[in-house]
Design a protein. Structure first.
Length: 226
């Protein structure tokens, strides 16, 4: 009898410990927790999952800031996990790629932030150069993709298999000046950034980021310390 009680106690303690270490979903349960910045935001069911739909509201290709910012969330170092899906709008120009990702360490006035994003239509393109540009790191406003691709080609972008409009599992680990992007649950990163441009001490908000001509969906967001 004592052995049975001891066994039950051990299972209970292990369960409590696992529960304490499991990060809770953050910020996607109510629209009031999101601040749209040049995007429209709505709650929908997309591919059988409750999700947040974020759509670019600008005309054509622009460099404007576009994201749904999580209110009351301050982030410096940790792990951001979520599932996302991006595809070009039906009205988008030919160069639209369904740009979708996560902005982090966003300044209060949105004047600067770091961002890692996907280009879903590049993932299975017949052009190998386009495939090599499937994932991207940028730092707004001083290090857009055009600048980094010209001055340090291949350093801040890489390939990963992607399909437009399909759910993609993403995990971003951020610590100091370093960030690592993991896609599809892989144990190896698809992109490594060793010199985040805003520096190790920058903290700020997190945003559901989209690029020009994009319709995106986000679900199962979790934010936790490393």
């Amino acid at each position: 009898m004592k052995l049975k009680l001891l066994t039950l106690l051990v299972f209970w303690l292990v369960g409590r410990q696992a529960e304490a270490q499991t990060p809770a979903p953050s910020g996607l349960d109510r629209l009031e927790k999101l601040q749209p910045v040049k995007v429209s935001v709505s709650r929908v069911v997309y591919l059988n999952r409750n999700a947040i739909r974020v759509v670019d509201t600008a005309k054509g290709i622009t460099d404007e800031v576009k994201f749904a910012k999580l209110k009351d969330v301050q982030f410096q170092n940790g792990v951001i996990e979520l599932e996302l899906a991006g595809k070009p709008l039906g009205t988008a120009v030919e160069t639209a790629r369904g740009f979708v990702g996560i902005a982090f360490r966003i300044a209060p006035d949105n004047s600067r932030f770091e961002c890692i994003y996907l280009r879903p239509t590049n993932g299975r393109a017949e052009d190998q150069v386009r495939r090599n540009h499937s994932v991207q790191y940028v730092s707004y406003p001083d290090f857009p993709w055009q600048k980094t691709r010209k001055e340090t080609p291949e350093k801040y972008e890489s390939y990963v298999d992607l399909v437009p409009g399909e759910w993609t599992r993403v995990r971003i680990e951020i610590q100091g000046e370093k960030a690592r992007l993991f896609v599809h649950g892989s144990g190896q990163p698809s992109l490594i950034v060793n010199d985040l441009k805003l520096g190790p001490n920058q903290a700020g908000a997190i945003g559901l980021w989209v690029g020009s001509g994009t319709e995106a969906h986000f679900t199962n967001l979790k934010i936790s310390p490393l």
